[in-house]
Write a protein that binds this ligand. Structure first.
Ligand code: ADP
Ligand SMILES: CSC[C@H]1O[C@H](OP(=O)(O)O)[C@H](O)[C@@H]1O
Length: 404
């Protein structure tokens, strides 16, 4: 019989107490449940007398924001633990240290990163993260290259793929990202003033066709081990440090889905500047910062990925002249398409983002939503003709009216 049950705070403390490497002395421990995500419990355990701490994350057997009508496999906690360990090996220092992963209790016990800030919050507050593009390019290039057929033994990859079969979490993405936004689904959360914009999406045949192709790619293209949900709420930052958390959606999928996720969330913050920037000059500067972060991220990612390929490529058939260039072009196009899809679902889908949803003034919020939608649409419809990251910059600036 399974021993799984959702932990009480007292139980979380008892589990934490057994980690002598974090809590070598016996002073009192205190727990606070700080989970602000859509799916899990997160206990922050501290020892006030010493200032030591750790995190106990536990998966719930259903989608927290929906309730038990949407059951969810607890195996995602095993997947999260294994993905964090794999990412920590491939990209040292860029994920939290995992102290223990307990599949039976669906627990991940890990380093407390409370000295960092969740990037979404940091960006909303106007934070600047000069090393972020370099760190994330390092994380993405190494985790994607070394789990793909380009950079690892191709038979081992098939075995690894089996360890990351993640049907329930993939279904969340297939539904909430790649299906529900494209018709009048019950779970959509459309503010009445935005209904015309949602209906325009549902009639837009060019958009629907490209979105269907992205959906097919997500369903079928087992290119590399993805983080699977790499938005700015899954990244802790300081100006000098970046830590990626929460890879419970990890599975073998198209690389552009991970890169596109972060591009999308930087663009959602770009749209949110309708409110968060106090004046026109600040808005221009802030948006320039966000777009330069996107450009830097892709440019550094591409340079690193090509260098890894040149040094560690395992498949001689791929050494043909022009093959690498063609691969990188397709990867950029996937990135742009998935960035559009990941942005679009956050405007009127079930799970929205604070960058836009918390804008108190209705008119500013509506401007941000319509801008995010315009950017998302143009990314999706133009993805297969894109040839440079400059295409993303052009689409964002044109939609914002800062470029003719
Ligand atoms: N390692 C950590 N250190 C400090 N806080 C954390 C850590 N992991 C998660 N949290 C906190 O818990 C919140 C939810 O965690 P997350 O892993 O994103 O859960 P979910 O999968 O439910 O979205 C984060 O936004 C953050 O505030
Ligand atoms: C109905 S789940 C919606 C959404 O929640 C996940 O995000 P997180 O747990 O990081 O808040 C993921 O993005 C899902 O698409």
């Amino acid at each position: 019989m399974s021993k799984y049950h959702p932990l009480s705070e007292a139980e979380a403390i008892e589990i934490a107490r057994s980690f002598a490497e974090v809590f070598p002395t016996g002073e009192e421990l205190v727990s606070r449940e700080i989970g602000d995500g859509n799916l899990n419990l997160v206990f922050h355990i501290t020892q006030p007398a010493t200032g030591r701490s750790l995190i106990v994350k536990q998966a719930l057997p259903y989608v927290k924001i929906i309730g038990d009508s949407w059951p969810l496999s607890l195996d995602r906690a095993r997947i999260e633990g294994e993905a964090l360990i794999k990412q920590g090996e491939l990209a040292p220092g860029l994920v939290p240290v995992v102290y223990r992963s307990d599949a039976d209790m669906a627990l991940t016990i890990m380093e407390d990163l409370s000295d960092h800030v969740i990037m979404r919050k940091g960006l909303i507050e106007g934070g600047v993260y000069p090393d972020f593009a370099e760190h994330l390019a390092e994380f993405l290039s190494r985790t994607l290259f070394f789990t793909s057929d380009l950079g690892m033994n191709q038979q081992d990859k098939k075995v690894q793929l089996g360890r990351f079969i993640n049907p329930d979490l993939c279904k969340i993405t297939e539904d909430f990202v790649l299906n529900f936004p494209y018709y009048d689904a019950e779970s959509n959360n459309i503010e009445p003033y935005l209904r015309d914009a949602a209906e325009a999406v549902w009639r837009d045949e060019e958009l629907l066709l490209e979105a269907a192709k992205l959906r097919e790619k997500f369903l079928t293209h087992a290119q590399a081990l993805l983080h699977g949900d790499l938005h700015t709420g899954s990244i802790f930052v300081t100006p000098a440090s970046t830590k990626v958390i929460d890879p419970e959606f990890a599975y073998y999928g198209p690389m552009g889905f991970d890169i596109g996720a972060i591009v999308a969330n930087l663009l959602l913050n770009y749209a949110g500047q309708e409110h968060w920037s106090p004046n026109e000059a600040d808005r221009r500067d802030r948006r320039a910062y966000l777009l330069s972060t996107i450009t830097e991220l892709w440019t550094r990612f591409e340079r690193k990925f090509r260098a890894l390929w040149d040094a560690h490529g395992v498949d001689k058939r791929f050494d043909l002249p022009g093959y690498q260039d063609d691969y990188m072009k397709r990867l950029l196009q996937d990135t742009i398409g998935f960035a559009g899809a990941k942005a679009l679902r956050r405007v009127y889908g079930l799970a929205q983002v604070a960058d836009i949803a918390t804008i108190p003034d209705r008119e500013a919020r509506e401007r941000a939503q319509r801008l995010a939608l315009a950017i998302a649409r143009n990314l999706i419809v133009s993805n297969r003709s894109a040839s440079s990251i400059e295409d993303v910059v052009r689409i964002a600036e044109t939609a914002a009216g800062s470029r003719s």
